[in-house]
Design a protein around this ligand. Sequence first.
Ligand code: ZN
Length: 261
Amino acid sequence: MSIRTLVWGEYIHEQTNADVRSLYPDGMHTLIASALGEDEDIIASTATLQEAEHGLSESVLDATDVLIWWGHAAHGDVSDAIVERVQQRVWEGMGLLVLHSAHFSKIFKRLMGTPCSLTWREAGERERLWVVNRSHPIAMGIDPCFELPQSEMYGEPFVIPEPMETVFLSWYEGGEVFRSGLTWQRGAGRIFYFAPGHETYPIYHDRNVQQILRNAVHWAASSAIAWKGIERAPNRPVDQAPEPIEQRGLSLHQDGEEGFQ
Ligand code: ZN
């Protein structure tokens, strides 16, 4: 099995802030891709906001099983046409991992349909992540709980639709809790949101975080089927019904008619 995984980085903080650059000299996306590459089933590549079409051309997305998204300072600079394209691929079955401040990315908000807001505090406080779904594949090999010595607090209420599954729950030194590892499905595509990942702390160097991301790539890829029929809801006329039936009453609409294709 080869899971074609694309790590998308906004890649701004790493170029503008010396502290972030010292943690991630080649960008968070590059470090995440190399951590994923430790799994021989994952083929990881990278793309950034600054590339043409943000590195997310049709052909690149068509050859992507799982897309990972980290954004923060420039959500508004992501082209709506590209967001539309990514959404289409998720509906078709591409997995999507949404990291940290990408809770406010256009693609996540669009797929969730809610504000996706939360409370936050940047104080370098301790975060303890609890596995609340011990049998979930994303939590495989992870201890019942683990700690990140420095994290940004993300707190409830997290204004999202009720998740399909809650895998991790976080507690922060300051007392708040947060649903920090959540899944959804949209169309044929699986989505995982993972909260840790603030750019000024070495969170993507953490071995537990790296394992969670590798697990999540496997989980999200397992639904990667080529389902291309979502935009068209085709008419199946009487003579194509699986069992023979007779027409009763009117048939008002033609295949291809506006609003009914
Ligand atoms: Zn942050």
